[in-house]
Design a protein around this ligand. Structure first.
Ligand SMILES: [Ca+2]
Length: 379
């Protein structure tokens, strides 16, 4: 797994490339590092310069370059670490924007959150950044968008609607940052010190799109498990996770009980390549793990090793989808070395019907904060 530092604007494009390569193997911990805590405490908490309800009177059309209408602005005091002014509005033609503006002290940071799936609802969800102290304490200003359509998770909103397609592709996220910054600056009568974007799954795609198209929008971007190659992901990639693991009778070959021993073997081979033995493989592309290295020897307890068929599945899952002639159908490997414990997304614990198999990128996002890297030891 990877740690994400806070990247400056000049590094954002490099981050985008890196994030696109590592896909589901990444994890975020930088936003709750000691460094971030120290920097956060350096910024003075500021009070609002206007009443929450008056936000609906703000005219930010010029900043947005389009009509922005406000539906509501009211202080929320329950279910939150600190009270905030919740603002709801619409960026024309149809992008919902929701903001949270702390009313008991704002520590001069803005965090915009991304969305999962095809979005369609505006819910601020910090995912990987949820344990970041300023987020946990409720002292950051934040916003999100539904990306230009409401509901319709089947994608029907996109049919013959190029504006909705553009809003989903990149426009809503960008204009949300523009409008949110205009509102925040006027609400506190103070400029934002740092702006961040964090998202996972489609939110990771949004993050990469921002890095590519609007690299000046944010000081730091966290792209988690980015679903940026949708056509390949939703066809070859997910299908391969199932078919690469089935025998001639349609039964699963590799079951999840073997994943920890595979992961342990991968770490034993590749953890120290980056110079620190910490349970983290900094660059999985430099890891040349060979699954056949843990195939059972004669007389070995099969619970501690793999059959040749299981090792072949591990190789195929890592390498990714190919056609009958061995030609690659995915631009990179299917699953980076080091990500084996997350393969429970598609490697079942016990035999189930392949037709009932499910994979869910959003679960990868949900599991990220739960597994922190181990404390480094000398290598
Ligand atoms: Ca390491």
């Amino acid at each position: 797994m990877h740690r994400f530092p806070i990247f400056g604007p000049r590094a954002v494009r490099r981050l985008a490339l890196t994030a696109a390569l590592v896909l589901t193997t990444v994890s975020l911990s930088a936003l709750n590092t000691a460094t971030a805590q120290a920097e956060s405490s350096d910024l003075k908490a500021l009070p609002p310069a206007m009443d929450c309800a008056d936000v609906t009177e703000l005219d930010v059309d010029r900043a947005a370059g389009t009509k922005v209408t406000w539906q509501s602005a009211a202080v929320v005091t329950t279910g939150t670490a600190a009270p905030y002014c919740e603002v709801r509005g619409t960026i024309a033609p149809a992008s919902t924007i929701v903001l949270r503006l702390p009313v008991n002290g704002w520590t001069q940071r803005y965090v915009q959150t991304g969305c999962g799936g095809l979005c369609g609802s505006a819910n601020i969800n910090f995912t990987q950044a949820s344990t970041c102290p300023p987020v946990r304490d409720g002292t950051v200003a934040s916003a999100t968008t539904d990306m230009g359509h409401q509901g319709q998770p089947d994608g029907s909103w996109a049919l013959a609607n190029p504006q909705a397609q553009i809003d989903f592709a990149y426009r809503s996220v960008h204009l949300t940052s523009v409008v949110a910054k205009a509102v925040i600056t006027r609400f506190y009568h103070h400029k934002i010190a740092y702006s961040y974007f964090t998202g996972c799954s489609d939110g990771g795609r949004e993050a990469l799109m921002e890095a590519q198209r609007f690299p000046d929008d944010f000081d730091g971007i966290a792209a988690g498990a980015p679903a940026n190659n949708m056509a390949v992901q939703n066809t070859y990639h997910h299908a391969w996770n199932v078919v690469a693991n089935l025998d001639a009778d349609g039964k699963y070959i590799l079951l999840a009980g073997k994943l920890p021993l595979i992961h342990t073997a991968v770490l034993a081979t590749c953890d120290a390549i980056d110079g620190v033995k910490d349970g983290v493989i900094d660059d999985p592309r430099r890891c040349a793990f060979d699954p056949s290295s843990i195939v059972c020897r004669d007389g070995q307890d099969p619970s501690g090793c793999l059959s040749k068929a299981e090792a072949n599945v591990v190789r195929r899952l890592h390498d990714g989808a190919t056609d009958a002639k061995g030609r690659r159908l995915e631009p990179a490997v299917g699953h980076e070395w080091g990500s084996e414990l997350e393969w429970t997304l598609f490697v079942p614990a016990a035999q189930v019907s392949a037709s009932r198999a499910r994979t869910s990128p959003s679960r990868t996002c949900a599991t990220w904060p739960s597994r922190a890297p181990r404390t480094p030891t000398s290598s």
